[in-house]
Design a binder for this molecule. Structure first.
Ligand code: ATP
Ligand code: LTN
Length: 337
């Protein structure tokens, strides 16, 4: 019987590969937290339906995302790693949470406002509006204590806390109120071609996004073509030197030396040397992750079995919470005497 705190986190399968930002900003930290937590990691495919999808591509992206979790270090014998839609309780609890969420409260979610304004208010679906209550369901089904997320998701975890407290005060103590664990800001990675914006799967120009599943030669090429500045000095300064600062952050994350140590090491040396070292460091970490992921995907029998076993384990926990919720709110159990 484990006494470690429960951790839950997830990523959308919204691209065919994760990138350096997802790796440094999420996966590496998840991997480390597995040791101190009873961890559950989810590929949140139902969330991915909130933007238009192409069915065959989505199916492939779900497997690819799961494969990269595993080969980047999420150990399926230590943690639970499953696909959201394999556990129907997520959609079921989300419905109940929708009924206790205010329309105005949901309208204040900044991610919804951003995405809806990008898609055009008429194109935005009810699903996009309800994204945060589905996320709350993900978290609350598992009695989660800690939710590691980027800063942009903090508001959703706050809503989750509000909903758990509201449910408990209306219907009696049922749901664990989770805490966000905000991932390190130093771990934010920016687009190599446009170092003012964060690296993102959905960037229009992919030359500035280094994907885990890119071929090593492509990775090296992208890094060597990174935008820098007209100066010569390798120095961390986000305002004046966003490109060089980003490369220093990446090298520090991959190589283990602090940014200050790197600044000293590159005194009198040019951007070319820095880029070459960043490329070598990233390729040497990504190459084995990439080749193992591609091998897992070649014959997905093993991967599908891992996901199914994990979904069985997750399903038992989720069903117990859902049954308690249904009972508290006054639904009739299905019984035969
Ligand atoms: P999309 O473009 O589809 O919004 P994304 O690449 O921005 O995707 P998410 O799926 O929103 O990534 O995020 C998954 C996880 O990766 C989150 O925990 C998020 O904080 C982290 N993450 C995403 N982009 C970066 C980045 N550039 N730097 C550090 N962490 C990141
Ligand atoms: N919204 C998150 C992904 C996500 C998640 C979750 C994270 C969905 N459900 C539950 C933590 C816990 C994102 O876009 N990064």
């Amino acid at each position: 019987m484990t006494t470690q705190p429960r951790l839950f986190s997830g990523m959308q399968p919204s691209a065919s590969s994760l990138h350096i930002g997802n790796y440094i900003g999420a996966l590496v930290q998840w991997r480390d937290m597995q040791k101190t937590h009873d961890a559950i990691f989810c590929v949140v495919d139902l969330h991915a339906l909130t933007v238009p999808q192409e069915p065959e591509r989505l199916r492939e992206q779900i497997r690819r995302t799961a494969a990269q979790y595993i080969t980047a270090g999420i150990d399926p014998t230590e943690s639970t790693l499953f696909v959201q839609s394999h556990v129907p309780a997520h959609a079921e609890l989300a419905w109940v949470l929708n009924t206790i969420t205010g329309f105005g409260e949901a309208s204040r979610m900044t991610q919804f406002k951003d995405k809806a304004s990008r898609q055009g208010a008429d194109a935005a679906s009810l699903g996009l509006f309800a994204y945060p209550t589905l996320m709350a369901a993900d978290i609350l089904l598992y009695g989660t204590n800690h939710v590691p997320v980027g800063d942009d998701q903090k508001q959703h975890v706050e809503l989750t806390r509000d909903l758990a407290n509201r449910f408990n005060s209306r219907f009696g103590d049922t749901l664990v109120v989770p805490e966000p664990v905000i991932l390190k800001e130093g771990a934010r990675i920016y687009d190599l071609q446009n170092p003012e914006v964060k690296m993102s799967k959905s960037a229009a120009n992919q030359n500035g996004v280094v994907f885990l599943l890119d071929e090593p030669s492509r990775t090296a090429k992208k890094i060597k073509s990174a935008v820098t500045d007209t100066g010569r000095e390798v120095r961390f300064d986000r305002g004046e030197k966003p490109g060089v600062s980003n490369l220093l952050t990446i090298l520090s994350s991959f190589g283990g030396q602090s940014v200050a140590e790197l600044e000293t090491a590159y005194e009198g040396r040019g951007y070319g040397d820095l880029k070459k070292d960043v490329a070598d460091a990233v390729v040497s970490v990504f190459e084995p992750i990439r080749s193992r992921a591609l091998a897992l995907l070649e014959d997905p029998t093993e991967l599908d079995r891992i996901l199914a076993d994990s979904a069985d384990r997750a399903g038992v926990i989720a069903e117990t919470t859902l049954a308690a919720v249904y009972d508290r709110i006054g639904l009739l159990p299905r019984t035969r005497r």
